[in-house]
Design a protein. Structure first.
Length: 437
């Protein structure tokens, strides 16, 4: 699918974005491992989370969709999973692969995790090496000393707990090891380099798992059972981010986003845009199922370039494509370093974004770990998302500030995280149409 975006007036209106992707993956996995039935409200029916649902079904878990966003998961207990009859396809979803690997490493059967071309090029040694230290038997595809999927996981029911200082700030690695830790003998002790999203920790506690958390040090004591839950998932701040930035950077815009997750470890986008001068107000913050949620109001203004503080990087890790767009139309220069992890996402997001921005006439300089963007005006043009959902949606928002129409190629994967993105964007006043090649 390609998208054609015509210039449009400022954004106006009120919407709710779909459920949080990270929470959707985690709630379905933990509900499957719990004793009894769990209901999940606000589940994201994007392709990535559906890959996790399908994986759990292949592992013998019964999951009913009560409506498109409500799941009833019939938990099988920690030791109730069954050997899959076929390899498990994680599609484009790194979260599915890395989290599932943690569980499968501890099962009394063999399984294979595979993914699409993009996922098969993403690094897996970050989970395979620590899992192997716990006693897991995992065979990946080794290329030049690195490990990629498919991963053949020969489950080992006597994993040992790990005491591990994680070399990168990654919630996927942390969650993988916490899930493996549910089955390990002894206490799992993890130290994080940066404060990555803590949804797994919050959920594990609500499912009844004993965790001790002091700053960036987590200790998990393996439980005997998980307790089934009724869960409400908030809107995904990473999806909301496109509209937050889109409205913030266009004077005259005024929008409200209802019931968005505002976990402190996810709101880097708000902190960074505020430093750029954005007018963003958080209304009525409250806790639902252990996660903070709020309504977010944004009024448009002219943004200014900044040096993005390195301590804000981890909490905005998925938002840099749209931050690059905001920087491109801001006055002055924006300098972002310490974002080398962007090179290992669904695409190398530094390169793919830089390529598209240059096509739109933006002057920039790329570094191994970052980018410098000189704010200016954006031209019309045709850019390619390379199948990366967040790149596609970021360039869609560029149409708000471009001098003419923008065409974005290869946009099917928007459905991995935000299936109704175009519909909601048009509701706020944008002009997005899908077009043939
Ligand atoms: C995620 C963690 C982040 C993020 C990804 C979702 C998660 O990845 O980029 O979109 O749900 O744990 P890393 O752990 O690789 O930083």
């Amino acid at each position: 699918m390609n998208l054609l975006l015509n210039p449009n007036p400022p954004l106006q209106g009120e919407i709710s974005v779909p459920g949080d992707k990270s929470l959707s993956h985690r709630t379905v996995i933990l509900s499957a491992l719990a004793e009894g039935n769990s209901t999940i409200h606000g589940f994201l029916t994007g392709k990535d989370c559906l890959a996790t649902v399908e994986a759990m079904c292949h592992l013998g878990v019964k999951i009913d969709f009560l409506d498109p966003e409500t799941l009833l998961v019939h938990g099988v207990g920690l030791h109730g999973l069954q050997a899959p009859k076929q390899s498990i396809d994680c599609g484009n979803s790194g979260t599915s692969m890395r989290l599932l690997a943690g569980i499968l490493a501890a099962q009394p059967f063999t399984s294979v995790l595979k993914g699409d071309d993009s996922l098969q090029q993403r690094p897996m040694e970050r989970i395979v090496l620590p899992l192997q230290q716990m006693g897991a038997k995992i065979v990946g595809r080794e290329v030049s000393g690195r490990i990629f999927s498919p991963l053949e996981i020969h489950g080992n029911t006597s994993l040992s707990a790990i005491d591990y200082e994680m070399p990168i700030a990654s919630a996927q690695v942390k969650s993988c090891l916490l899930l493996a830790g549910l089955y390990a003998k002894g206490q799992t002790s993890l130290k994080e380099k940066g404060a990555s999203r803590d949804h797994t920790e919050r959920l594990l506690q609500s499912f009844g798992v004993a965790l001790s958390i002091a700053q960036n040090h987590i200790i998990l004591t393996s439980p005997t059972t998980l307790k089934a839950q009724e869960i409400y998932i908030p809107g995904d701040i990473s999806s909301a981010a496109f509209f937050i930035a889109g409205a913030a950077m266009v004077p005259g815009s005024h929008i409200i986003l209802r019931q968005v997750g505002v976990n402190p470890r996810r709101i880097g986008i708000i902190s960074i845009l505020k430093l750029m001068g954005a007018d963003i107000t958080i209304h009525g913050p409250r806790l639902i199922c252990g996660e903070p949620i709020a309504d977010i109001e944004i009024k448009g203004t002219k943004l200014r370039g900044i040096d993005v503080p390195s301590e804000m990087v981890v909490s905005a890790i998925d938002e840099f494509p749209i931050i690059f767009i905001a920087a491109s139309c801001a006055s002055g220069t924006t300098h972002i370093r310490g974002i080398e992890e962007l090179r290992y996402k669904e695409t190398d997001r530094i390169e793919v974004m830089a390529k598209g921005l240059k096509i739109l006439g933006v002057s920039l300089e790329v570094f191994p770990d970052g980018i410098l963007i000189n704010g200016s005006s954006l031209n019309e043009g045709t850019v390619v998302s390379h199948g990366d959902h967040r790149v596609a949606m970021a360039f869609a928002m560029a149409s708000l500030v471009a001098k003419g129409s923008i065409i974005i190629r290869d946009c099917d994967n928007i459905a991995t995280s935000f299936p109704n993105f175009c519909e909601l964007a048009n509701q706020l006043g944008m002009s997005i149409h899908s077009i043939e090649d």
